[in-house]
Design a binder for this molecule. Structure first.
Ligand code: APR
Length: 229
């Protein structure tokens, strides 16, 4: 069945929830414990960079202590097929550590740092602090290379090109509440793609098919079905 299909797979926090990285809007989600305006906006960073670095240092440590699960491994295997594009809202590196060929991180990556003075990017150390000097311009203007609310997501042209060419759009582990990712299914459907949601519970988005269950179970099952046929 996979012969020469263009498949775009969008993932969200639910893909990594069982690896202990948590989600944002579930009962004990990150945004129920931290005020997102203080830790995930440019204004919050300007007001208290130390608080923001602490927030991302804790998430980076959690990520580095975690390991990819069966869903990451199944998607990594599938990503090596021609025509498969992995897009993620997640900032963790579990898909890469599972061996994924290429992952498009539209919200950036916890494992990367950015200088907001000169635009340099480098691999983030375990712990970042406001007065860290940028390795390129030496100014103390470093931040996590993640996209905050009110900022432009990365790689949008490449993502939109993949969506309009998709035969199948699959949404995994996302509540579909944050744009532009929440609009991807409509864009793919308008271009004639079939659409499938794999989620703990239906997000309510418009999909041709919805399969409910934990990603660790339903994602490998779907990959085996589509890759095995
Ligand atoms: N398996 C599959 N899906 C799961 C699991 C699981 N084990 N656990 C939770 N889910 C689902 C939830 O049902 C929910 O639909 O994952 C989704 C998580 O939704 P959110 O917490 O809103 O996370 P996400 O959709 O990734 O958020 C999108 O919002 O705050 C921003 O930048 C942040 O990238 C994030 C974006």
């Amino acid at each position: 069945m996979l012969l020469r299909m263009n498949i775009v797979i969008l993932s969200g926090a639910g893909l990594s929830a069982e690896q202990g990285l948590g989600t944002f809007r579930d009962t004990d989600g990150l945004w129920t414990r931290y005020p997102l305006e203080k830790v995930a906006t440019p204004e919050g960073f300007a007001a208290d960079p130390a608080l923001v670095h602490d927030f991302y240092n804790a998430r980076r440590a959690n990520m580095r202590a975690a390991a990819p699960g069966p869903a990451h491994e199944a998607l990594a295997r599938l990503s090596r097929r021609e025509g498969v594009t992995l897009v993620t809202q997640n900032v963790d590196d579990l898909l890469e550590r599972a061996g994924a060929a290429r992952v498009i991180h539209m919200h950036g990556e916890l494992s990367r740092a950015l200088c907001h003075a000169c635009g340099a990017r480098w691999d983030a150390p375990d712990v970042m602090a406001p007065d860290d000097p940028c390795p390129a311009c030496a100014r103390s203007a470093t931040r996590p290379d993640v996209v905050w609310f009110g900022e432009i997501p990365y790689h949008m042209e490449e993502i939109e090109a993949a969506l309009v060419a998709a035969d199948l759009f699959v949404s995994i582990g996302t509540s579909g509440t944050v744009y532009p990712a929440a609009g991807f299914v409509e864009l793919a459907r308008m271009a004639g793609a079939d659409s499938l949601e794999l989620n703990l519970e239906a997000s309510g988005g418009r999909f041709d098919e919805v399969r409910e269950g934990p990603a660790s179970r339903i994602v490998p099952a779907w990959v085996a079905q589509i890759d095995g046929e």
